[in-house]
Design a protein around this ligand. Structure first.
Ligand SMILES: O=C(O)c1ccc[n+]([C@@H]2O[C@H](COP(=O)([O-])O)[C@@H](O)[C@H]2O)c1
Ligand SMILES: Cc1cc2nc[nH]c2cc1C
Length: 338
């Protein structure tokens, strides 16, 4: 770029400047919550969820009318290291399945009235094998961030980002290890179904990659470029864009949360507009959620990706918001409030 500023820099700047939720709407929603026909706190986390959502939408009686699901797909050079139970061609094959309506996420998006977009990111040009070289150049990182940024529909009122990319749990684990430390093995899980020997090989790959690039990974965005992938960068771009638009986000599994971590480690509060949809079976996910200080809404043993766990949580959010905005108050219903 002419002025030396990358799009990655601009994303971080936009996050630094982004407004928080509407404090008056939060206060009004909390006040309304206290008047509704139920014992105080009886709707548990649904109450916090509705107040949070109303704050970001700027109203004490919100509705969820236009959710958007975006699935980003990317291919990974690190598959050459034998770190997935499935071959890389499954990525492009599953993109065709998403487009034909045959994947799990198609059914869930339809079920919850969400529009679904699929963004395939240069599938015929995998990222570099990051045990040998940086996964992406600065320009490649920028292009993927921009693709995510541009994919967000400004007219939507909720965003779910999902992904498809054979090998991407290795990239997610390398990001988590580079950002949060510990040891490589604690971030290496079975992904699509590795056996114990495969998981040990994967941990070694993650260890070698992070030690190779350690000196160059001087910022979270540099971590994303060196050991990330295009669909992870695009998810980060989309989540950041949603933050600038005041669109609440439901986070999905391990890969989505690794992408989101880049933003959280770049700017404090960057994920205030996001909730964790579920806890994935991928071993490192719960540790990543703890590092992000996010409590998952669901725990269903899913390890699919595709935004599937987050899409299921659209139902929970819709339930929370329907109760909050539709219930009668004690005064309206003539119910004694103790
Ligand atoms: O979302 C998760 O937590 C999750 C956990 C395990 C696997 N996946 C999906 O499986 C693929 C990556 O697995 P792998 O073993 O190829 O790294 C990718 O397409 C993800 O959507 C997703
Ligand atoms: C079949 C298949 C579907 C997926 N959806 C997300 N990740 C996936 C990985 C595989 C292997």
């Amino acid at each position: 770029m002419a002025n030396g500023k990358t799009f990655a820099d601009e994303v971080v700047k936009a996050l630094e400047e982004a407004r928080g939720p509407d404090a008056a709407a939060v206060a009004a929603a909390a006040a309304r919550n206290g008047l509704l026909t139920k014992p105080p706190g009886a709707l548990g986390r649904l109450e916090d969820l509705a107040i949070w959502y109303g704050g970001w939408r700027g109203t004490d009686r919100p509705q969820v009318l236009a959710p958007q699901v975006i699935i980003f797909a990317g291919n990974h050079g690190v598959v050459a290291q034998g770190i997935s139970a499935f071959p890389a061609e499954v990525t492009v094959q599953m993109v065709a399945n998403f487009e034909a309506g045959g994947a799990a996420i198609n059914q869930l998006a339809k079920m919850y009235g969400a529009k679904m977009d699929v963004v395939a990111l240069e599938l015929d040009r995998p990222t570099a094998d990051f045990t040998q070289a940086p996964a992406m150049s600065a320009d490649e990182l920028d292009a993927a961030l921009q693709a995510g940024w541009d994919a967000v529909d400004a007219g939507s009122d909720l965003l779910v980002v999902g992904e498809m990319g054979i090998g991407n749990t290795t990239a997610a684990a390398a990001i988590a290890y580079a950002l949060f430390g510990g040891d490589a093995a604690m971030w290496a899980g079975r992904g699509t179904g590795l056996d114990d020997a495969g998981v040990a090989r994967k941990a070694d790959v993650i260890e070698r990659a992070v030690s190779l690039h350690k000196g160059a990974m001087t910022s979270p965005m540099a971590v994303l470029a060196h050991v990330g992938g295009r669909e992870l960068a695009a998810m980060a771009g989309a989540i950041a864009r949603a933050r600038t638009l005041g669109i609440p986000v439901i986070l999905d599994g391990y890969i989505c949360c690794a992408a989101a971590s880049i933003l959280a480690q770049s700017v404090a509060g960057a994920l205030d507009h996001a909730v964790a949809g579920h806890k994935s079976e991928e071993a490192g996910h719960i540790k990543l959620l703890e590092a992000l200080d996010k409590k998952p809404l669901l725990d269903l043993g899913l390890r699919l990706g595709e935004g599937s766990g987050a899409a299921l949580a659209i139902g929970v959010l819709k339930g929370a918001v329907a109760c909050h905005s539709g219930m009668a108050t004690f005064a309206e219903a003539g119910v004694s409030d103790g």
